[in-house]
Design a protein around this ligand. Structure first.
Ligand code: GLV
Length: 323
C-alpha cells in the first residue's frame, strides 16, 4: 500500500512529527523562514495532507494546485491564514489546535499587561543605558492593578483564562464583549457583558482576544483609543490587524492611552525600524504566546491527531470546517 504524502511547512516538535512520519511519507520544510508561496504550492502538488502554520496562506490557488489534498492541519488555534469556504468547497478538512495553548497565551497577556502598566520595558532599557541615576520618588511611575477594571474583548477560552488570572490574582472587576453573554464568566468571575464602547470607557486594562475576521479587522482605531481612559493599557495577543497601528502609535505618543503590550503586530515580523519599538510606552513581543515547551508539544500532538484522522478520511478531532 502506498503511504500518503504530507508536506509539513516547518519543523514542529517530535511529539507530533514522529507520529506523522510513522504513518506517511513526510516532506518537512527545513528552513527557519516559511516556504515562499510558489514553493509551497509546488511542494503540496501531490500531497494528501498539509501541516500549515499561521504564516502559510492556504487559499484557493494553493488548493487548486493540490488536487489530492484531503486535510489541512493548522499548527495554531487561529485559522485566519486558511480560506475555510474554499477548503469546504473542495471537501478538504481543516483542523486547528484549540485548548492546549489557552494557559500559555493567557500568561503572556498578563505578562504584557504587567510590563506595560509598570513601564518595565522602558525602565529596564533606562537601567541598561545608564539612565538609572538614583531611586527616584517620581521615576517610572506606572499604574496600579488591584481592584481595577479589566475589559476582555472576545470572551472565548483565552479571554476567560486571562480574566480568571486577573480577577483571582488582583481582584479585578471584569467586563467583556462577546457575541452573547457567557454564563460561566458571569457566574465564576462576576463578569458583565457590555457593548464595546462601554467597555472602552470603563476599563483600566483592555485585553484583546477576538478572532480576526471581516468584522474585527481594524476594530481598534483612533475613535476607540479616544474612548479609553488616558491611564488605560491595551494588550493584544490575538492578531495584529485588529489594531490600527498608526492610530495606536499616535494614541501612545499623545498620551490618549497610557501604554500598550503587543504579542501580535501587522505585519509580522514588525520591521526593526518600526515606530512602535521606539515608543517607551509600548512593549512588543515577537508572537510568543504559545511558546513553551509543553504547549508546543501539545500543539504538535493535536496537529498530528487532526492530520492522521484526515488522511484516514475520518472527521477531525478538532475541526474548524464542516466536511
Ligand atoms: C497563535 O497565534 C495561534 O493562533 O495558535
Amino acid at each position: 500500500m502506498t503511504r500518503p504524502k504530507v508536506f509539513v511547512a516547518r519543523r514542529i516538535p517530535a511529539a507530533g512529527l514522529d507520529r506523522i512520519a510513522a504513518a506517511a511519507a513526510v516532506d518537512v520544510w527545513p528552513d527557519r523562514l516559511p516556504p515562499p508561496v510558489e514553493v509551497l504550492r509546488e511542494r503540496v502538488r501531490d500531497c494528501d495532507g498539509l501541516v500549515s502554520l499561521l504564516t502559510d496562506k492556504v487559499d484557493a490557488a494553493l488548493l487548486a494546485a493540490a488536487p489530492r489534498l484531503k486535510v489541512v492541519s493548522n499548527f495554531a488555534v487561529g485559522v485566519n491564514n486558511v480560506d475555510l469556504p474554499a477548503c469546504t468547497a473542495r471537501g478538504v478538512r481543516v483542523g486547528n489546535t484549540p485548548g492546549v495553548l489557552t494557559d500559555a497565551t493567557a500568561d503572556i497577556a498578563v505578562t504584557l499587561l504587567l510590563a506595560a502598566a509598570r513601564r518595565l520595558g522602558e525602565s529596564m532599557t533606562d537601567a541598561k543605558e545608564g539612565r538609572w541615576l538614583t531611586w527616584e520618588p517620581l521615576g517610572w511611575l506606572g499604574q496600579d492593578l488591584s481592584g481595577r477594571t479589566l475589559g476582555i474583548v472576545g470572551m472565548g477560552r483565552i479571554g476567560f483564562a486571562t480574566a480568571k488570572r486577573l480577577h483571582g490574582g488582583w481582584g479585578m472587576r471584569v467586563l467583556y464583549t462577546a457575541r452573547g453573554p457567557k454564563p460561566d464568566a458571569d457566574r465564576e468571575l462576576g463578569a458583565r457583558w457590555v457593548e464595546l464602547d462601554d467597555l472602552l470607557a470603563e476599563s483600566d486594562f483592555v485585553s484583546v482576544h477576538a478572532d480576526l475576521n471581516d468584522s474585527t479587522q481594524g476594530l481598534f482605531g483612533a475613535e476607540q483609543f479616544r474612548r479609553m481612559k488616558p491611564s488605560a493599557v491595551l494588550v493584544n495577543t490575538s492578531r495584529g490587524p485588529l489594531v490600527d497601528q498608526a492610530a495606536l502609535a499616535e494614541a501612545l505618543r499623545a498620551g490618549t492611552i497610557f501604554a500598550a503590550g503587543l504579542d501580535v503586530t501587522d505585519p509580522e515580523p514588525l520591521p526593526p525600524d518600526h515606530e512602535l519599538y521606539r515608543l517607551p510606552n509600548c512593549v512588543v513581543a515577537p508572537h510568543v504566546a504559545s511558546a513553551t515547551v509543553g504547549t508546543r508539544d501539545a500543539m504538535a500532538r493535536l496537529c498530528a491527531d487532526n492530520l492522521l484522522a484526515g488522511l484516514r478520511g475520518e472527521k477531525l478531532p478538532h475541526p474548524v470546517n464542516d466536511v
